[in-house]
Design a protein around this ligand. Structure first.
Ligand code: AHR
Length: 496
């Protein structure tokens, strides 16, 4: 329809950089995320290095993934790193109790993960085992990875084929310690954090960024206790986990591909809750850490639906629709706009699990709509954050309202300005007039992601149904930029 308008003002008054690490990814030993995802059978007819799929590596390099979190998730707190080194045939087998009860053969371990990160050109982010491990086990893992001494454990790394220290710096001290990571109280966890962190040593060239297991969604008490009990010298990040559940009901989350407009609306309400969570956790962190030394690390986020019918429910395999692309664009806008505190994040979970970037079926592979959002938004990585003011119409369903448009903006090192806009309204084009008083620019170009239906997906038969196209709906009008945002779309503009 016709006539919906809004305004967007962008200022250059900021000293904040949007950390590239906001665009991070998460890969757990879960379903076909690692096994049958990144790490495939020797006989699979695809290009590989060892058993790592190189078509996946190439696709992820294109969107510049900055970090990869591993080995979990819940799996991290039952993982014993020594099981995953040395000759593959001799590695012990274990049961993956969290995810389908399958047998884990440990063929993908520390060296394989770091080989993968090296191929991807990304930083490894390892979550250590607090729940069922020991202080010594974690401490020795770090020594194994990062030390160049002549100690026995370092000799073992050299024997296993890696003479030089790996210099892993992002270190999670447990995962969801309030839940699968040990069902702890925050008081107990913070004591444990300090104990584990005391023996998680820095080695030359590898000063650790220790990330505490932070709150579940709106558990503000957890954040309060962590910030009160752990000094900023000991912890460089506090994690936050929040998933968008379409129905809001963990027992019956809602379908990935078959949902009504009403359910879509509710899903977006739940997605937008991230704004409130980040704001409120940040406010607590500000009280204890006004200089913002401790990062809020949203290292698990994304939409979590019912599993794809006919698949193992323990594998969390779900399709990925245009709706999910709108979730990704909206969430990344929230993170960009809070980049003074949110300095790292990880989408759950990269390949074949939850809100994946890539789905595979044997040798076939599909880039999901969410992948394309990360492709479009990569221009914001390490760019200067530009504060925005947005005034937009509401999108209303059954008397409930949300703002129809959300946005974020940044300026890269070469001076180009990038603006990402999401129109959540599935019916109306919205024309946004933008005031850019202190930005000099001559031309605008852009890309758009949209499709006929919110439920549209890319499949192995129709892999390019949803893809990026050039966007021609933005015009220069004197000093102003006028953008005609299609219904249910994500647009990123480049001004230069
Ligand atoms: O991402 C799936 C699971 O969700 C993770 O293992 C856990 O940390 C969270 O509960």
């Amino acid at each position: 329809s016709y006539g919906q308008t809004g305004t967007l003002n962008i200022s250059t008054d900021s000293k904040t950089t949007i950390s590239k690490h906001i665009y991070g990814q998460f890969a757990e030993h879960l379903g076909h995320g690692i096994y049958g995802g990144f790490w495939v059978d020797k006989t699979l007819p695809v290009k590989k290095q060892d058993r790592i799929r190189l078509d996946i590596v190439d696709a992820l390099k294109k969107i510049k993934i900055p970090n990869l979190r591993w080995p979990g998730g819940c799996f991290a707190d039952e993982y014993h790193w020594r099981d995953g080194i040395g000759p593959a045939a001799e590695r012990p087998r274990m049961v993956n109790t969290n995810w389908g009860g399958i047998t884990e053969d440990n063929s993908f371990g520390t060296h394989e993960f770091l080989e993968l990160c090296d191929l991807l050109g990304c930083e490894p982010y390892i979550a250590g085992n607090v729940g069922s491990g020991t202080v010594d086990e974690m401490s020795k893992w770090i020594e194994y990875l990062n030390s160049n001494s002549t100690s026995t454990v370092v000799q073992l790394r050299k024997k296993n084929g890696h003479p030089a220290p790996y210099k892993v710096t992002f270190w999670g001290v447990g995962n969801e310690s309030w839940g699968c990571g040990g069902n702890m109280t925050p008081e107990y966890y913070t004591d444990l954090f300090k104990r584990y962190a005391s023996f998680a040593k820095d080695y030359p060239g590898a000063k650790l960024n220790k990330i505490a297991s932070g709150p579940n969604a709106d558990d503000y008490h957890w954040t309060e206790v962590c910030m009160k009990n752990i000094s900023s010298g000991m912890m460089s990040g506090l994690s936050l986990h929040y998933y968008t559940i379409p129905t809001g009901n963990w027992g019956k989350k809602g379908s990935a591909t078959n949902f009504s407009e009403k359910e879509y609306f509710g899903t977006m309400v739940n997605c937008l809750k991230m704004e409130e969570l980040v704001t409120k956790h940040s406010a607590i962190m500000d009280k204890y850490d006004p200089e913002k030394k401790v990062a809020l690390v949203v290292d698990e986020w994304g939409v979590w639906t019912d599993p794809e019918p006919g698949t193992n429910p323990g594998f969390l395999y779900q399709q990925n629709s245009l709706r999910d692309a709108l979730i990704a664009g909206t969430t990344l806008n929230i993170f960009n706009n809070h980049s003074d505190r949110v300095k790292m994040a990880a989408l759950a979970q990269t390949i074949n699990v939850l809100q994946a970037l890539i789905l595979t079926d044997k040798e076939k592979m599909v880039l999901t709509p969410t992948y394309h959002i990360f492709d479009m938004y990569k221009v914001h990585q390490d760019a200067k954050y530009l504060p925005i003011k947005l005034s937009v119409p509401d999108y209303e369903v059954d008397g409930k309202k949300i703002e129809a448009v959300n946005a974020s903006a940044s300026q890269d090192a070469s001076g180009k300005v990038h603006i990402s806009l999401v129109n959540l309204d599935p019916h109306n084009t919205i024309t946004i007039t933008t005031g850019l008083s202190d930005i000099k620019w001559q031309t605008v170009s852009g890309q758009v992601l949209t499709s006929a239906n919110l439920t549209d997906v890319n499949t192995f038969k129709d892999a390019n149904k949803i893809h990026l196209t050039a966007f021609n709906g933005a015009k220069k009008d004197g000093d102003k930029l006028v953008v005609s945002l299609p219904a249910k779309s994500v647009v990123t503009l480049e001004l230069k």
